[in-house]
Design a protein around this ligand. Structure first.
Ligand code: HEC
Length: 207
């Protein structure tokens, strides 16, 4: 046990050391405050640094011009106005199977450059077809689904006796070959005269 009751130089020295140690503890205790304030002073500059002036918005880019839709090209050898005919309205809902009484190849599809609304207003097909109508029929042969292409083109005043239709048929012997004319007009009328109730066009809009 430390005897602090008897005064002696040792005791004073001991008291002085205790006092010094206590002060050190206090100083150390205040060190925390010092640390905080130091942190505050190091943070301060970043807080007060003014934000850099915002970059002015760059001029908005004018919207890119959309590429014009590619102009469809007719299949080589076919008339210009048949370009993209497969995108037209298909009159038949299922491919027309080979038909002993009909020419124009084996399996057939018939397209027209009209819409359901223009040729069947209210849901019922109306005749005659509008001027400018182009009916295109593809017929398959030997693996080429369009070896034969038969066309009926409605041109106002062109041939009133035959519904103002121009008839022309093309064929090709290979998909890599251009089409050439096979037959036209008079040879076509004999059969198509049997379809005058539907404006010389056999295939009616289905579906
Ligand atoms: C032997 C009779 C016959 C002859 C000749 C004929 N057609 Fe057809 N054509 C038909 C029949 C039948 C259809 C109906 C679809 C089918 O069964 O093939 C048809 C369909 C068409 C179609 C599709 C629209 C439709 O009427 O259904 C076109 C286009 C066409 N013929 C064009 C021609 C052209 C052009 C010629 C002359 C080069 C011609 N036809 C000669 C019988 C004939």
């Amino acid at each position: 046990m430390l005897d602090l009751g008897s005064p002696s130089p040792r005791r004073w020295l001991l008291l002085a050391m205790i006092a010094a140690l206590s002060a050190g503890v206090l100083v150390a205790g205040c060190g925390g405050d010092d640390g905080d304030s130091a942190a505050a002073t190091t943070e301060a500059p970043t807080e007060t640094t003014p934000d850099p002036a915002p970059e002015p918005d760059p001029e908005p880019e004018p919207p890119a011009e959309p590429d014009p839709p590619p102009t469809p090209k007719p299949d080589p050898g076919l008339p210009e106005d048949t370009a993209g005919f497969r995108d037209g309205l298909k009159l038949n809902s299922a491919p027309i199977p080979p038909n002993a009484g009909a020419p124009h190849g084996e399996t057939k599809n018939v397209y027209v450059n009209q819409t359901r609304e223009t040729i069947a207003p209210g849901g019922t097909q109306a005749f005659p077809y509008p001027d400018g109508s182009i009916v295109v029929k593809t017929g398959s042969r030997g693996g080429d689904d369009a070896a034969i292409v038969a066309i009926m083109r409605k041109v106002a005043g062109a041939d009133p006796e035959h519904g103002d239709w121009e008839f022309i048929e093309f064929s090709r012997s290979a998909t890599s070959d251009p089409y050439t004319v096979l037959a036209q007009d008079a040879v076509c009328w004999t059969c198509h005269a049997g379809a005058t109730d539907s404006d010389w066009v056999f295939t009616r809009l289905e579906g």
